[in-house]
Design a protein around this ligand. Structure first.
Ligand SMILES: C=CC1=C(C)c2cc3[nH]c(cc4nc(cc5[nH]c(cc1n2)c(C)c5CCC(=O)O)C(CCC(=O)O)=C4C)c(C)c3C=C
Ligand SMILES: [Fe+2]
Ligand SMILES: [Fe+2]
Length: 370
């Protein structure tokens, strides 16, 4: 098998440091056919659904992909904006914010791109673009603060699968989690305080995270512990007592047991215990998406109000807010320590060009610019 190379490489070209931010991915359009394509890729990932492949193929193609795309397309249509899916729009803005901040500090030899684990822009496509731009040092930052095999490790799989087909690998670093990174906790705390200053504080703060099957926790996935640690650090920073906040898990998929307490069941039961007003925030989602806008702010709001709740305030995700960008930039800087950003300034490039010219007569075919 021929490996993907860098045939047009020249020793005169700028060497760059690349930062690739990734997120889960989203369908290309809120239509059943786009949903079928997206879900077929997503739900076939063995990191996401750990069921023996032949059995899962039958269930996925025989049942799920016949029913779910239509239902999910309706839900996506309800959150779709003129610019596209919220997850894609926020992730693009985050990458832009990070790029601006890093280039202002380190110059144009820092390249910042974003890619999606499923769907577009795909990881292989963006890695190709980065290699063409001369990226020789690469930091990958999946925007999943809490590690889970179903998300962080799955992203690592996609990167390694791409690397397996590449001839020239970059120096490589990977941020597998940042659930307790001080700047991330601080960004969330300030964001929640700003919300309280404007809208007032409710009786309880619900911190709702995407769930995973309970079986994954029992098999050693640290996700559950990292969610609880994020909640504890955030609550400590906000000065909340133990009974002033709750950690819950949302977005169940399939029939097996998932991490508990479930967000929907909790919200349905809270009013009967005297908790009639709540703030809800989702620390594990770096961007608002279907799971927050539709599932939390619409569906779960309804459950709570129908059960006798009086006030439900949804606090948006950090998205591309300056506080979030600042925290992510700090996280990136912590992870590129020791990697000098190449300074291919005019003088250096000129010197290299002269050197290349002088060596043009070298006998080695092809690359005479060493
Ligand atoms: C933030 C972390 C996430 C974890 C952990 C996670 C695990 C996980 N998810 C599914 C199944 C689905 N998730 C879906 C949407 C979705 N999931 C996350 C994040 C995590 N998932 C996000 C950000 C989104 C929203 C994407 C968007 O386009 O807005 C969906 C698709 C939605 C639908 O069709 O209803 C499914 C399905 C599993 C099985 C799982 C762990 C095993
Ligand atoms: Fe999910
Ligand atoms: Fe735990």
């Amino acid at each position: 098998m021929p490996y993907k190379g860098t045939e047009n490489f020249s020793h005169n070209q700028a060497e760059r440091l690349g930062v690739l931010v990734t997120n889960l991915g989203t369908p290309d359009a809120p239509t059943p056919s786009a949903l079928r394509k997206y879900l077929a890729e997503f739900l076939w990932d063995p990191r996401v659904v750990e069921v023996p492949r032949p059995l899962w193929w039958l269930i996925l193609h025989g049942v799920i992909l016949r029913i779910r795309p239509r239902r999910s397309a309706k839900a996506y249509a309800g959150v779709w904006s003129p610019e596209g899916s919220p997850l894609l729009v926020h992730t693009a803005k985050q990458a832009e914010g990070i790029r601006e901040a890093l280039q202002a500090k380190y110059g144009s030899n820092v390249v910042v791109g974003f890619a999606m684990r499923y769907g577009n822009p795909s990881i292989p496509r963006v890695l190709d673009e980065m290699q063409q731009q001369g990226v020789t040092k690469l930091l990958v930052l999946p925007l999943y603060p809490q590690y889970s095999a179903s998300t962080s490790a799955s992203t690592f799989d996609a990167i390694s699968k791409d690397f397996m087909g590449r001839r020239w690998l970059p120096d490589f670093r990977f941020v597998s989690h940042y659930h307790d990174f001080p700047a991330y906790i601080e960004a969330m705390a300030q964001h929640i305080e700003a919300h309280w200053a404007e809208h007032g504080r409710k009786q309880k703060l619900i911190l709702s995270y995407h769930g995973i099957p309970l079986k994954y926790l029992l098999n050693g996935d640290p996700y559950h512990c990292e969610c609880h640690k994020t909640s504890r650090l955030l609550a400590e920073r906000l000065g909340l007592k133990k009974d002033e906040y709750l950690t819950t898990f949302q977005s169940r998929f399939g029939r097996e047991e998932w991490l508990k307490p479930y967000t929907d069941e909790t919200l349905k039961s809270l009013p009967a215990t005297g908790v009639k007003s709540i703030d809800v925030f989702c620390p594990g989602f770096s961007s608002d998406c279907l799971e927050t806008v539709e599932e939390i702010d619409e569906e779960n709001r309804e459950y709570f109000m129908e059960a006798g709740g009086k006030e439900f305030a949804y606090i948006p995700c950090l998205n591309a807010s300056p506080g979030h960008i600042n925290a992510l930039v700090q996280l990136i800087e912590e992870n590129i320590q020791g990697w000098a950003v190449p300074t291919n300034d005019g003088e250096q490039l000129e010197a290299r060009a002269k050197l290349a010219e002088a060596r043009k007569q070298a006998t080695f075919p092809g690359r005479n610019d060493i």
